[in-house]
Design a protein around this ligand. Structure first.
Ligand SMILES: Cc1cc2nc3c(=O)[nH]c(=O)nc-3n(C[C@H](O)[C@H](O)[C@H](O)COP(=O)(O)OP(=O)(O)OC[C@H]3O[C@@H](n4cnc5c(N)ncnc54)[C@H](O)[C@@H]3O)c2cc1C
Length: 306
């Protein structure tokens, strides 16, 4: 056990006890975190992580919660957010150094405005640089992993640089999943005015398509399932073919706009979302013989899909 006084002495930023995680996920679902920490700066972030490690308490670092399904019973130990503490953003020629808490859409927009290519198609992907690196976030043929030159992580509690060769990126996954990410160096492509204009047209078209094909006005966590890597129909197509578009459990619904996105139409809880996930997995498995794997990260659950 730790005392609140001891914790407040160690961490300078915001410390909330029993903070509902539905306030920190884009799906607006999730029960209380025992300790919710928003550190003041990088040093405070490092102190907070080390405090919980020293006390052998679980410690989960999250970004914007845009790819998270948090259990209704919440999360034991600490949840630490990065936006305030790890917001470093600096450009040196075509190399961007970005803290894990920097919003990906802002990084994409700012670098493209400086005629640097490599992140522009990711402008519509919510979340932070840290979450994007863990998920190898991608859209319309661009993935963040392609731009990575190095990543700073905690190794035995100390900041250490991983070179690109030490990291693997795959489809919506990376070897950084078990690390605490502090910042990254991204090598971008210097674009000529003509190349930039061409990409701008594509980027604008991509943003338009996203707005037309995704239920952006309702809370969601983006795609619920990964598309099968073996090819064939995508997860959304299979869910749709099983008649589950618009299927509901409580306040959670497989969006009528995009069958692979669960939206919270109001008052959904994690159990509702889990019910939809389980139903779709079973139906798709029976119909197509394909076992869908969740793309959303489950937090506070115990090995639900093992
Ligand atoms: C409307 C909508 C559209 C979306 N479209 C796309 C899309 O087109 N392409 C796509 O790839 N994704 C998409 N997503 C999913 C989501 O935006 C991405 O997965 C995003 O990269 C998650 O970033 P985050 O900061 O919100 O991470 P979180 O959801 O907060 O966390 C995701 C995982 O990363 C871990 N994590 C986060 N930061 C750190 C850190 N600093 N150190 C260690 N671990 C960390 C968390 O513990 C968790 O396991 C969409 C989501 C929404 C809501």
């Amino acid at each position: 056990m730790i005392s609140t006084e001891e914790l407040l002495g160690a961490v300078k930023g915001t410390v909330l006890l029993g903070e509902p995680m539905k306030n920190h996920t884009t799906l607006n679902v999730g029960g209380p975190a025992d300790f919710f920490i928003d550190p003041l700066d990088r040093e405070d972030f490092l102190r907070a992580v080390s405090f919980f490690r020293r006390h052998h308490l679980p410690c989960t670092v999250i970004g914007s919660g845009s790819n998270l399904l948090v259990h209704d019973e919440g999360v034991r130990g600490a949840v630490i957010v990065t936006a305030r503490a790890l917001g470093e953003f600096s450009l040196n020629r075509n190399v961007l150094t970005a803290g894990a808490g920097v919003p990906l859409p802002a990084a994409a927009a700012k670098t493209f405005a400086r005629s640097l290519g490599g992140l522009e198609m990711l402008q519509g992907v919510p979340g932070t640089i840290g979450g994007a690196l863990v998920m190898n976030a991608g859209a319309y043929g661009q993935e963040i992993g392609e731009a990575v030159s190095w990543v700073e992580v905690l190794v035995n509690g100390k900041p250490a640089i991983l070179a690109r060769e030490e990291i693997t990126f795959g489809y919506r996954r990376s070897s950084l999943a078990e690390s605490v990410i502090l910042r990254a160096g991204l090598k971008l492509e210097k674009l000529s005015p003509a190349a930039r204009a061409e990409r701008e047209t594509v980027r604008n078209e991509v943003l338009r398509k996203r707005a037309a094909s995704q239920p952006l006005s309702l809370p969601s966590a983006g795609s619920v399932f990964r598309n099968p890597e073996s090819g064939g129909p995508g997860a959304g197509q299979m869910i749709d073919a099983c008649g589950l578009k618009g299927y509901r459990a409580g306040g959670a619904v497989f969006s009528p706009v995009h069958a692979n996105i669960v939206v919270n139409e109001g008052g959904a809880c994690a159990a509702d979302v889990l019910e939809l996930i389980t139903t779709a997995r079973n139906r798709v498995s029976e119909t197509f013989g394909v076992v869908l794997e969740p793309e959303v990260k489950l937090l506070g659950f115990e090995d639900v899909f093992c």
